[in-house]
Every structure is written in C-alpha cells, then in structure tokens.
Ligand binder design. Structure first.
Ligand code: C2E
Ligand code: CA
Ligand code: CA
Ligand code: CA
Length: 277
C-alpha cells in the first residue's frame, strides 16, 4: 500500500475546505436569490400528437441572475441539500399559479405540469400549501399534474404510495417522469396508479439513429397504451420523431421541435394568438 505522508493529509484537508467553502457560498447565493425573487418559472408547451395544438405546459425552474438565465442543474440539487427547495418551489409556484390562472380564462382545459422533489411530496404541509394556492387562484386541481422522477421513487415506497394516493384523491394527476431510466420501472407501475408516463428524451433521441435502439421508445408507448395511461414523449426534436411517436399512439409530444421552454410573456402571446405554436 502507498504510504500516506503528512503532506497528503494537508492536501486532502485543503481540498475538503475548498469544497465546503464552495458549498456554503452556493447556499448563500440561493438564499440571496430567494430574497431578491430571482427564481422564475418558464413553461414548455406540450402538444396533442395528432393536431399539434397546445394542451399542457410544463413549468421549468429558471434562475434570473446578473442578466443571465440559469437552468435548474445550477441550483435544484444545491437547494435540496440546503433544505431550501421548499422555499424555491413556493417562489416558483406562487408566480406560476398566478400566470396559469390568467391563461385558464382563455383555455379552461389547459394543464399545468409541475416537477416536484420527492422530499416535498411526502411532506403534508407542502400539499396543503399547494391546495391553498390553487384555491386562492381559482384553479381546479384537475388542471394540475405533478411530475415525479422515476429514480427518486426508489426510497420510501410505502410513504410515497400514501402521498400519491392522497394527491390523486384531491383531483391532481400524477406523471412518472424520465420513464425507463430507473431500475424497477415495471414494479412501480404495478404498485402506483400513474395518470401519465413520460418517455424519457434519451429514448426519443434514439428514434433517429438506430432502428433497434429506437424500439425502446415504442415499447414504452405501447405499454402505456395497454395500461390505459396517458403517454407524453419528451425531447422531440424532429418531424420524423413526432410522426413515429404519433403513429405509435403516444398522445402528447414535447420538445424543441415544437417549442423551447418560454417566459410568461411569450406564453401570453401564444395563448392570445390562439394555441398555435
Ligand atoms: P425534466 O423534468 O426531464 O425536464 C425536461 C428537460 O429537458 C428540461 O430541461 C427541458 O428544457 C429539456 N428539453 C425539453 N425539450 C427538449 C428537447 O427537445 N431536446 C433537449 N435536448 N432537451 C429538451 P431543464 O429545464 O434544464 O430541466 C432539467 C431538469 O430539472 C428537469 O428535467 C427536472 O427534473 C428538473 N427541474 C426543472 N424545474 C424544476 C422544479 O421546479 N423543481 C424540481 N424539483 N425540479 C425541476
Ligand atoms: Ca419533468
Ligand atoms: Ca423528463
Ligand atoms: Ca430529466
């Protein structure tokens, strides 16, 4: 074995200090961003696979900072570790539900889909707040869908199951996100009653290159069909992918081919112009 010298220890401890320092800085930055209301919701259209008309908006978190717009990879996991994810989510939801209630006046069937971390889902106070905000904004729970990622389901299946049943009892739909990327997809389908399955974009991407790899997306679409569960394919970037998925029977499509995630003002003009994106 390699002999560990004193200077190695010093090296490690300096490295650790740097990591810890960086983490503290990042957490402080998020706390500041909360204070300045820098987290804003963007929305990505989800369209009907046959008509290409707008049916749903997925809310995606953005951080507006110093003239730049940063994506969720730069703050969601840090916020989760710092126990600030609740506050970040409330800030986003508060804004999103106000935006959405305006759009519902023109499009009463529009659905808003929201990504929720598992830690929040199992917390009763969180759902109570969401229901209160829906009520305050006159939004029927049936116009809301909650997306949870498949990989996050792994822990605490029993607690999770109870929370999901309660959410659905209130009229909110549940979507399983990134389907096919976790390890026990099929057993979750048996245990939990999802309303929607979202085919992960990596399977959709495979629909171009290689016939055999592309088959996986179609297997998931067909499985959703046999289970009578709504199917959304995400990451659709080409007309060909859209056509293959629609023909296979996937009901809804989402991706850059139709639209990138957009600001509230951009969605305002889409809805005013009348559903074409
Ligand atoms: P996700 O839920 O799987 O969201 C889809 C991601 O794919 C989004 O990235 C979206 O911008 C991107 N995307 C959509 N269409 C296409 C396409 O055609 N091609 C490609 N290459 N990408 C596409 P984004 O906005 O960076 O979000 C990343 C992840 O962060 C989301 O993955 C979601 O898991 C998480 N996230 C976003 N907002 C929130 C939030 O408010 N709360 C929580 N807990 N997580 C969030
Ligand atoms: Ca999602
Ligand atoms: Ca996804
Ligand atoms: Ca994802």
């Amino acid at each position: 074995a390699k002999k560990v010298s004193k200077s190695d220890y010093q090296f490690y401890s300096i490295e650790l200090d740097h990591a810890a320092e960086l983490r503290i800085e990042q957490e402080a930055a998020i706390a500041n961003a909360l204070k300045d209301s820098e987290f804003i919701p963007y929305y990505q259209p989800v369209v009907n696979a046959q008509s290409f008309l707008l049916e749903k908006l997925e809310m995606l978190a953005r951080w507006h900072h110093g003239g730049k717009i940063k994506g969720p990879e730069s703050f969601i996991s840090i916020a989760e570790e710092a126990n600030l994810i609740d506050k970040v989510s409330y800030q986003l939801l508060f804004q999103a539900l106000m935006d959405f209630s305006g759009w519902l006046v023109k499009m009463p069937k529009l659905v808003l889909s929201v990504n929720i971390s598992v830690s929040q889902l199992v917390e009763p106070q969180f759902m109570a707040t969401v229901l209160m905000l829906l009520d305050k904004n006159n939004i029927p729970p049936s116009n809301i869908e909650i997306e949870i990622t498949e990989s996050s389901l792994a822990s605490n299946l029993d607690v999770m199951k109870k929370a999901l049943i309660e959410i659905q009892r209130r009229g909110i739909s549940i979507a399983i996100d990134d389907f096919g990327t976790g390890y026990s997809s099929l057993s979750y389908l048996k245990d939990l009653n999802f309303d929607t399955i979202k085919v992960d974009q990596k399977f959709v991407a495979d629909l171009n290159e290689n016939r055999k790899k592309g088959e996986l997306a179609l297997v998931i679409v067909n499985m959703a069909k046999s289970l009578h569960v709504n199917c959304v394919a995400e990451g659709v970037e080409s007309q060909e992918q859209a056509k293959i998925l629609a023909e296979a029977g996937c009901q809804q499509l989402q991706g850059y081919y139709f639209s990138r995630p957009k600001s509230k003002l951009d969605i305002d003009s889409i809805i005013t112009a009348g559903l074409r994106i």
